[in-house]
Structure formats: structure tokens, C-alpha cells
Design a protein around this ligand. Structure first.
Ligand SMILES: Cc1cc2nc3c(=O)[nH]c(=O)nc-3n(C[C@H](O)[C@H](O)[C@H](O)COP(=O)(O)OP(=O)(O)OC[C@H]3O[C@@H](n4cnc5c(N)ncnc54)[C@H](O)[C@@H]3O)c2cc1C
Length: 461
């Protein structure tokens, strides 16, 4: 009854704001890619303008209504999940691309623009938007900025943060702020834009952004290589960095490859199976590629490999890496998105591997990741017969030791997926108490009534 009242008041106060509250829409818009919480939002609304977003925030402050910003819902940490009667705010109706400026190679996008649409628009202008990852066909630029998305080409192009030159935000206090206004240079004090990047919807709404575009890269070649061990992967990374102009250096385990082959019905890429694979992309240079091969064989690291001979072949090879997440989704994976400094990866991996072998003996663990950035995705698969809650509890127990290891190596419990709902108890393993206290104070400044994505990133006090 109280729910119906709230919706009626909302519709009365904001009659132009499109709203859905049927059970199917609530299921769809109340969750992201994670499946650890049952969605239970109040309703979902679809603003079409900054004014509507601002009016909604003012209303929510008065009514003490919790708001969950929602992008493409491809998040992997529960940041866009609404499980406690929150109002979901979808940016699906804000998808304009405008103000393309050829001199600056910049443009303006509304928050709901899909990442792939931005890439396509850039290509039409003869330019390049370099942030790329397997969910780019659904993820939105607002969600990418809110999570500071990384992806497969961070090695060369950096993170989403590096391409944002301006932001329009509506804070949790209801103020509209124009942050950095497209400037390259701006030494006029604290750069609030960067506070909003990676804020996971906890400070306010990102409604539009000015994005810088890159020059398109020269033709790229892709190599898929088979290796015996993780130290061999890191040693190969070293020689690849010496000989090649790398755009991507990704790794995955034999089990990860097998799931992709099964799921996408692809043939094995190489004749014999190997424990680990590397997929790297670089500016085409046959001589340099051969030098990496020769060095790899000479060091005894490399077992086998294949080099793309065309862009179509390069795309085919990418499928073996890009298909991993979707191929294991059916097993409700418990995802760890860990990072350490690149130079510490071999040592960290060795200890982590041992810990996992001792602590997760009954669960299947799938490894892959952006190893060139020191980022490992460790996915624990749920046994078919195990109930989701029990599975999560078992993983949390073991994960305590995993996080302690991350802490020992001064790493991060979330390299690129965000903290969201699922990793908030782990924040203390990579942020000091003093830092967490400051994060809380920052949140209070922008969101005094705690209406913006409450309980995400930071635990409620
Ligand atoms: C198959 C697959 C592969 C992936 N690979 C990668 C990868 O390689 N690298 C990577 O970084 N991520 C990856 N991800 C994770 C995910 O795609 C990214 O985190 C992406 O940036 C989320 O965008 P979204 O629009 O789907 O956001 P959502 O999931 O909808 O939301 C994510 C967070 O942002 C907030 N948010 C959304 N829109 C706004 C807004 N307008 N204003 C304020 N807050 C907002 C939400 O409240 C939530 O906290 C992958 C996901 C999948 C499913």
C-alpha cells in the first residue's frame, strides 16, 4: 500500500516523468549482471532532460526516497541493483550525441549513449574512442564513467577517466554542476570531475559528458600464444613490451578457453591444449612479432602460437578472450577483480594460486584478465546443486584470505568493476580507515540526505 502511495505522489508531483512499475520491468531494471540479490525496486523512471533529473532529486530529498542510477546494467558488482524499494533512474531516453568539434576532436554525449554507439560515431568522423570491452554493446557512457571502466586497451589508452574532459552532473543535493567544461588545462583548484568518475552513482547523476577522441591506431595484428605457466606469461609480457607496440595483453586459462569454445561453438585455436594463453594486439610489424616468437621459444616459455593475417582473423582470435564472461555467466560466478602493481604479478599469482588450491578445492576457478595492467579476474563457479546464498557465504569465507593477500601486496579488491553492493565489506583491504572516513565526508557534501545509491560502495553507518 505504501508503495502505491509513493508512486502516486511521484506521478502527481512529476507528471511528465515516464514511469514503469509492472513486475517484468522491475525485474529487468532492478538488477545488473550479478545474480546475488533479488531485485525489488519501487519503480523505474526515464528522465529525458537535466531539468527532469534535477526535479526528481529535489522530490527524492523531500520524500527521503532512495535513487539508483541505472545505465546498461552490465555492472559486475551490483552497483545498479535495486533490492530495497529504491527508485531506479534509467538513462535510456537520454542518448543524444552533439557538439562534435573536429579541431578539438571532442564531442558531447548524454549519459545513456551506448559505448558502442560512441565508438561508431567516432569512427564516422575518422577518429577513435578507445575504451572497449565485451559489454560495450549494452553498457552506457554514464555507467562507464561512474565505474571508470577499463577494458582491453588500457595498456595503451588508459581508463575512461583519461577521455573525459567535462561532466554535467546533478548532485544528490539537487545542484547542477558543469565540471571542467571541456578544458584540457585547468589549474583552478580541486578537479571535482574526477570525484564523480568512479563514484558509482553515490554522489549524484552523470547526465552528460564531453569526451575526447583519439586518432585511429595503425593496422593491428593479434597473436594468440600458448604457455606452460604464469611465470612464462609474465616473461613473455616482458619481451612483448620490448619488441612490440602493444595495445592489449590479455591472459586466460585453459578452462576459460574451453568454456568459450563450448559456448560459442568455436574450434580450439591451437593443435595442443596448454595451461595458459595470451592474446596480444599490437601495431602490425611482422619482424617484431617473429622476434617475440623466437625469444619465447628460446626461453622455453612458449609452446605454440598463431598470428592473425587479416583483420577478420584478428576478430576471430579476439572471440576467445571476449567470450569468456558470457560463457561462464550461467554458473553464477563469484567474481574477483583484483589488481596489484604489474611488477608484483608473478609473486602475487604464485601465492594466490596456492591459496586457491588449498581453500577452494571443491569449486572450479576460472582465471583470465588484463594481465598487462596487473588486473586478474578470478571467477569461482557455483556448483549446480548449491543454493546461491550458501555459495556466496562459502566464497566470502575464503575470500577473506584472498583480500588479506591483496592487502599484503598493496593491491586493490576492485580493479575496474567497482565496489557496488558485493564488495563493500572488502573496501577496507585496499583503503585505510582514514581514507574511508574522508570518502564518507565527501559523500555527505554531495548527497546530504543519503538518497544516492545508498549502501553501495560504502556500508550504511
Ligand atoms: C561481459 C562483460 C564484460 C565486461 N568487461 C569489462 C571490462 O573489460 N572492463 C570493465 O571496466 N568493465 C567490464 N565489465 C563491467 C561493466 O560493463 C562496466 O562496469 C560498465 O562500465 C558498466 O556500465 P553500465 O552502463 O552497464 O552501468 P550499470 O551496470 O548500469 O551501472 C554501473 C554503476 O554505475 C552507476 N551509474 C550508471 N549510470 C549512471 C549515471 N548516469 N550517473 C551516475 N551513476 C551511474 C550505477 O548506479 C552503478 O553503480 C564487463 C561486463 C560484462 C557483462
Amino acid at each position: 500500500m505504501e508503495r502505491i502511495n509513493k508512486i502516486q505522489i511521484l506521478q502527481k508531483e512529476l507528471p511528465d516523468l515516464e514511469l514503469l512499475a509492472d513486475s517484468r520491468s522491475l525485474q529487468i531494471y532492478g538488477q545488473d549482471w550479478t545474480r546475488f540479490r533479488q531485485p525489488d525496486p519501487l519503480a523505474v523512471v526515464f528522465p529525458r532532460s537535466v531539468d527532469q533529473v534535477q526535479a526528481l532529486v529535489k522530490f527524492a530529498r523531500l520524500e527521503k526516497l532512495a535513487l539508483v542510477p541505472s545505465g546498461g546494467r552490465t555492472g559486475l558488482s551490483g552497483g545498479a541493483v535495486a533490492a530495497s524499494c529504491e527508485l531506479v533512474v534509467s538513462f535510456e531516453k537520454m542518448r543524444k550525441i552533439s557538439e562534435f568539434n573536429p579541431l578539438e576532436a571532442s564531442l558531447k554525449v548524454e549519459a545513456g549513449v551506448v559505448t558502442q554507439a560512441l565508438q561508431a560515431y567516432a569512427a564516422e568522423q575518422g577518429l577513435f574512442y578507445p575504451i572497449s570491452f565485451a559489454a560495450e554493446g549494452s553498457a552506457q557512457i554514464g555507467g562507464n564513467i561512474a565505474t571508470n571502466a577499463g577494458g582491453i586497451r588500457v595498456l595503451r589508452y588508459g581508463l575512461t577517466r583519461d577521455w573525459v574532459e567535462g561532466l554535467t552532473v546533478v548532485t544528490g543535493a539537487g545542484e547542477v554542476l558543469e565540471l571542467n567544461r571541456g578544458l584540457i588545462k585547468n589549474a583552478s583548484g580541486y578537479d571535482l570531475r574526477h570525484l564523480f568518475i568512479g563514484s558509482e552513482g553515490t554522489l549524484g547523476f552523470i547526465v552528460a559528458a564531453t569526451i575526447r577522441l583519439a586518432q585511429p591506431p595503425p593496422p593491428q595484428t593479434v597473436m594468440l600464444l600458448a604457455l606452460e605457466s604464469m611465470p612464462a606469461v609474465m616473461s613473455l609480457f616482458h619481451s612483448a613490451k620490448v619488441y612490440l607496440k602493444l595495445s592489449a595483453f590479455e591472459f586466460f586459462s585453459e578452462q576459460a578457453l574451453n568454456y568459450v569454445c563450448q559456448h560459442r561453438q568455436l574450434p580450439q585455436p591451437l593443435e595442443n591444449p596448454a595451461p595458459f594463453y595470451v592474446l596480444c594486439e599490437f601495431d602490425s610489424d611482422e619482424e617484431a612479432a617473429l622476434a617475440v616468437f623466437e625469444q619465447g621459444f628460446a626461453d622455453g616459455n612458449l609452446l605454440d602460437g598463431v598470428i592473425s593475417q587479416s583483420s577478420a582473423q584478428a576478430e576471430e582470435l579476439w572471440q576467445y578472450r571476449e567470450g569468456i564472461s558470457e560463457s561462464i555467466t550461467q554458473f553464477t560466478p563469484y567474481k574477483n577483480d583484483l589488481s596489484v602493481r604489474v611488477s608484483k604479478v608473478p609473486e602475487f599469482m604464485q601465492e594466490l594460486d596456492q591459496l586457491v588450491a588449498e581453500s577452494y578445492p571443491d569449486f572450479e576457478v576460472i582465471w583470465f584478465g588484463h594481465i598487462g595492467d596487473g588486473n586478474l579476474h578470478m571467477n569461482v563457479l557455483k556448483p549446480e546443486t548449491m543454493e546461491v546464498g550458501e555459495f556466496e557465504r562459502s566464497c566470502l569465507l575464503v575470500n577473506h584470505a584472498v583480500y588479506q593477500l591483496v592487502e599484503k601486496y598493496a593491491g586493490s579488491v576492485s580493479a575496474e568493476h567497482g565496489i557496488g553492493l558485493l564488495k563493500r565489506n572488502a573496501l577496507r583491504f585496499c583503503r585505510s580507515q582514514a581514507e574511508i572516513n574522508i570518502l564518507r565526508q565527501v559523500k555527505r557534501v554531495f548527497d546530504p540526505d543519503n538518497i544516492m545509491n545508498p549502501g553501495k560502495l560504502l556500508n550504511d553507518e
